[in-house]
Design a protein around this ligand. Structure first.
Ligand code: MF3
Ligand code: CO
Ligand code: CO
Length: 276
């Protein structure tokens, strides 16, 4: 029995709007991600843009899953060996930093969730390659999405590409169903085996958001109750899109004018529909 919700046409309209708004926050903040800016300033700018320009609400602010303390900021800023859930603050970006900005907004009750990597100043070859491979991992996973495919197909594609590139896949965090609720079923694992786990059906909406480490996959939790780092202090990268399963394949909901284009191998996939 599957408890993955099937969105109604009205839900899908709402999710398209929310997804686009989340992606547009990333477009807005991109030129500000430079040497010398603090993560707190990036949070302030995004928060102000959501409230005053978009009329949207930052979903992370005060978000409090069971066993957590309320998240204190509007966005997540995860630098270098921070895997996810980095809390914005006084940290100043320096040349060579690799930072993930993860944006989740709520508009008319619907969530839009997306994240991108930004490479600051003069990034290392490693940071560039890790970000690129992680981006390819996300899209390889997305490219498997169509009715009749299984969640395990997505995880397998991601794990294969990460591991053959010499990297590892974080296991403790995963993609997720999303809608009027921030995190709902299913869990979208970024590792696994083809043909396993739930079968996909039109109207499902979930994120694909692989966290890939340059070193080992183990994590450690910081004392702030949120920040997750690599145990071996190796670099970690993440990209995230929110996807609708359609009758013929998938639709990326977190699209915007400034989003990075899909890798070339996607442009030739007939099933893909990437609308702006
Ligand atoms: N946006 C994250 C995700 O992709 C969740 C962040 S929860 C927060 O699922 F509270 F840290 F913001
Ligand atoms: Co996110
Ligand atoms: Co997410």
């Amino acid at each position: 029995m599957s408890s993955i919700s099937i969105k109604t046409p009205d839900d899908i309209t709402g999710m398209r709007i929310a997804g686009k708004l989340a992606a547009e926050v990333l477009d807005f903040i991109a030129p500000h991600v430079k040497v010398g800016v603090t993560t707190g300033e990036l949070d302030r700018l995004c928060h102000e843009y959501m409230i005053n320009v978009q009329g949207s609400i930052p979903a992370p602010l005060n978000y409090c899953p069971p066993g957590y303390t309320p998240y204190p900021k509007a966005i997540c800023t995860s630098i270098n060996d921070v895997i996810c859930h980095g809390i914005p603050g006084d940290k100043v970006l320096k040349s060579g930093d690799a930072i993930n900005l993860d944006i989740t907004i709520i508009k008319d009750g619907y969530h839009g969730d997306t994240s991108r990597m930004f490479l600051v100043g003069e990034p290392s070859i490693l940071a560039r390659r890790l970000s690129l491979i992680t981006y390819e991992c996300m899209w390889l996973g997305i490219s498997k999405i169509k009715p009749g495919a299984h969640l395990g197909d997505i995880g397998f594609a991601i794990q294969q590409h990460a591991e053959k590139s010499g990297y590892s896949v974080v296991r403790e965090f995963c993609g997720h169903g999303i809608g009027k609720v921030f995190h709902e079923e299913p869990q979208v694992l970024h590792y696994g085996h083809p043909g396993t786990l739930e079968e996909l059906a039109p109207g499902m909406v979930f994120t694909v958001e692989p966290m890939i480490n340059a070193g080992r996959r183990e994590i450690r939790e910081m004392g702030d109750g949120w920040t997750i780092k690599t145990k071996d202090r190796s670099l970690s990268a993440q990209w995230e899109h929110m996807i609708l399963v359609t009758e013929t394949g998938y639709e990326v909901l977190t699209v915007s004018a400034g989003m990075p284009p899909p890798p070339a191998f996607i442009a030739n996939t007939p099933a893909s529909l990437v609308t702006i």
